[in-house]
Design a protein around this ligand. Structure first.
Ligand code: 4AZ
Length: 312
């Protein structure tokens, strides 16, 4: 996940009320910023993230520039999915790559008319709002249509590319999205119990070993893995923070290109977002489940950055 660049970019990170309300000030966010300024002057620091992060966007642009095509990308052990069953699913695209399929580098979830939730590692390393667009309302990456420009990028200021902690970011889009926003799991996490199946979806790798590529959305169901199992020696000892959750089994997983996308469960007949595709060792390997950003923890941050436009 980590990649070094030599381009130094300084970011001003603003935090409100210690750790839960943070964002990286880079493109707009005027409202949230001035509010933060007025309310809390503390927890404001210079933060150079130029040498960290996955650089997913930069990779897509570099490969496109070099070859006019895109590298392999694409869920393990899944099947083609319908957008009607996942109406909050969006693809995050590199704006200046014309073909949707070539431009796709991450996933995201619509959580309000103008807000998309994704992973911090999808949009760090100096990603500007103008560099990315959102593709909604389609399971197919064919063609060049349906793009909605992004006008603000907010990365959680506790995002730590070294241990993947707080891998969460918000994108504000320039026009209303037509897709259905997904609600988040409650702070009590009712429903997240051992053995529950999380639905995950995305346009990421279908296989880590073979270059199997498709331009259609895939989905699969991955079993929740409690922290006590996920931190065993054979899995991720000492690596799972309280801001993460694990899910997956051999042959059922998310992979590169699915990052930022949704992991959800059904509670009282309604689908709730519980995770954001974040990281893992390999894809679909035994004892190496996928690791997801634990959405319940970040509900206050999301509400704060979106000035309560997200109705969680
Ligand atoms: C990635 O590189 C990535 N197997 C996403 C998910 C997983 C591994 C890697 C989980 O974006």
């Amino acid at each position: 996940m980590s990649r070094r660049t030599t381009r130094p970019v300084a970011y001003l990170v603003t935090c409100v009320l210690a750790s839960q309300f943070c964002f990286t000030q880079r493109t707009g966010l005027a409202q949230a910023d001035s509010k933060a300024d007025q309310n809390q002057g503390s927890c404001r620091k210079q933060y150079d993230i130029s040498a960290k992060g996955s650089g997913a966007l930069q990779k897509v642009i570099a490969v496109w520039n070099a070859t006019g095509t895109e590298q392999e990308q694409r869920i393990i052990g899944g099947q083609p999915a319908k957008i009607e069953d996942n109406p909050w699913q969006v693809a995050i695209l590199a704006s200046h790559v014309p073909d949707n399929w070539a431009a796709q580098f991450c996933g995201g979830s619509i959580i309000a008319k103008r807000w998309v939730l994704t992973a911090a590692h999808c949009v760090d390393e100096g990603t500007k709002a103008a560099d990315i667009s959102v593709l909604e309302g389609t399971a197919s990456l064919k063609g060049k249509k349906n793009r909605v420009p992004v006008d603000q990028v907010a990365v959680h200021c506790n995002w730590n590319p070294l241990n993947h902690d707080s891998d969460i970011a918000l994108l504000h889009v320039k026009s209303d999205l037509a897709g259905t926003p997904i609600d988040a799991i409650g702070a009590d996490e009712t429903g997240i119990v051992g053995g529950v199946l999380l639905r995950v979806s995305g346009w990421g790798l279908l296989s880590i070993t073979e270059d199997i590529r498709t331009d259609v959305l895939y989905q699969t169901e991955v079993p929740y893995v409690p922290k006590s199992s996920c931190t065993q020696n054979k899995s991720y000892p000492g690596e799972i923070t309280d801001n993460m959750l694990c899910a997956g089994r051999e042959g059922k997983d998310t992979c590169t290109g699915d990052s930022g996308g949704p992991a959800s469960i059904v509670v009282n007949g309604q689908r709730k977002l519980v995770g954001i595709v974040s990281w893992g060792e390999g894809c679909g390997d035994v004892n190496k489940p996928g690791v997801y950003t634990r959405v319940s923890i970040f509900r206050p941050w999301v509400k704060s950055i979106s000035a309560n436009e997200v109705k969680w």
